[in-house]
Design a protein around this ligand. Sequence first.
Ligand SMILES: OC[C@H]1O[C@H](O[C@H]2O[C@H](CO)[C@@H](O)[C@H](O)[C@H]2O)[C@H](O)[C@@H](O)[C@@H]1O
Length: 575
Amino acid sequence: MSNTILSKDSGPIIPTTPLVTFLERVQQTALNTYGHNKKGFDPKLYVDLSLKQNLSTTEKVFDKLVINGSVSVKEFDEFVEKYLGGAEEDLVYVHPVDFVDEPPDFLPKVKNMEVRNWALEVHSLWKNLSRKVSDRVIDRPEFYTLLPLKNPVIIPGSRFREVYYWDSYWVIRGLLASKMYETAKGIVYNLISLIDEYGHVLNGARAYYTNRSQPPLLSSMVIDIYNRTGDKDLVLKALPALLKEHKFWNSGIHKVIIEDTEGTTHTLSRYYAMWNEPRPESSTIDKETASKLSNNCSKTRLYREIASTAETGWDFSTRWMRNGSDLTTLATTSIIPVDLNAYILKMELDITSLANVIGDNITAASFTKAFQARKRAIDSIFWNSEMQQWLDYWLSDSNESKEVYTWNASGQNRKVFCSNFIPLWIQLFNSVECFCLCIREKDVKMVDEVVQSLQSSGLVCPAGIATSLTNSGQQWDFPNGWAPIQHMIVKGLVSSGSEQARLVAEDIAVKWIRTNYAAYKKSGTLHEKYDVEKCGDFGGGGEYGPQTGFGWSNGVVLAFLEEFGWPEDLKLDCP
Ligand SMILES: OC[C@H]1O[C@H](O[C@H]2O[C@H](CO)[C@@H](O)[C@H](O)[C@H]2O)[C@H](O)[C@@H](O)[C@@H]1O
């Protein structure tokens, strides 16, 4: 965070590197040269290329060649071939040290042979997605946008050629089912090293991702690995990093203070990227979006909102837009998101538990207070007793930042999104005094009411939980369903102590496994997202084409099969 500066729109920015800026120019030139018609033009590809010679030499040649942003296709292709390295050269394939074809005691509850054989295929996909930083990057880091992480990583797949922050949580859930504890720990140590270097975990391990984070789930990764391995050394190394990360989300522009109707003030968190220009990986797209705005000030503001939306992990969705059909109305920094605050509450609970593991009573006591305070804040600001859901809260005036905002019922966004149910994962229905330690009758009654609300929300579809009820063409909206969301809601329902909730959870998990399997049978791969309207269909929409591989989807299939198993006589095909 040391190189953070204040920008004209008064928010902080973290400057990017000269290489990223140059590759953005290459990206723009590629678009000008090939035109929009080039099949599968993906702007991200260009910022993932590397240098073959130093930047100033390469830039001189490029400047000579490209006049007014244009050059012939032949000359451009020759330049790329001669001066730039391919996008796959920086992360190289590595066989995971702890991979075995059939791990001992693998998915013991799966009794059906068809399911077991498929699960073993999904397990074997870790080999395809395993990478380590190439020696070339270690030797000449200034030639690459990839950040040199020490340990191997599991990448999501396809265009996502680097490790991602929140994806890693579900990758790790799958690795734990696959008993690949060393690989899982290596990923966590990599993320810790990013906190040491940048003060937060980056969106992904690229130079162009340093100005934002992603949903903060590092503590969840650490606690889940600790619960399986009992590795105290991991806890000792992770705790200082988690304390730094907690500070990142609870200070500066991420922190929001809000006063409720009783006059009590609460501190909550929001997404806020430290960037107000086009995202380098999608620069041509962002400039086109902003071209609808007439003045530079509103463009700068929009770029900040776009980057902040990428920080949410939900890029893009009507959830963040004032007008659901117009991306220029993104207002993410004016929203206090219910899921982000649930993740941070979980971070506070996890830090308390981890501090107890290593006997750090002072940290444990202070984080007990922190999670109790956030629990009260969540109850007061987000909970809507009429809808029996937790709703995002929109700050009243987007342009004016205040020391303390005043809560107003109209600030709660009453539109239905799957994020309204994410607090289930953190057991937020539990009363403060009972948090995580017991399940009371009163709490179970509340779960049943939330489950009722989920079931009648319209989100539960034939092939899983939809992201929203609005078909906007954005990827984090209807009819897409995403593996991480299915997992958090299902897991929350299972752990709630309500029998009814467990049945609903199991039903969703079965639907999800079936749709993943049917799509796999058709295409031979798992997908980044699925269309929840029809079993076996993958999802679409958004700014890039459908991606396969796919880290978190593989992880959730394995995690569900580990949790629920699969009886011998239950059909795996779509109903
Ligand atoms: O390049 C566009 C955006 O791509 C990423 O977002 C999407 O993929 C990620 C990796 O699976 C996932 O974490 C995220 O939730 C998806 O929306 C990237 O994270 C964005 O920052 C980037 O702008």
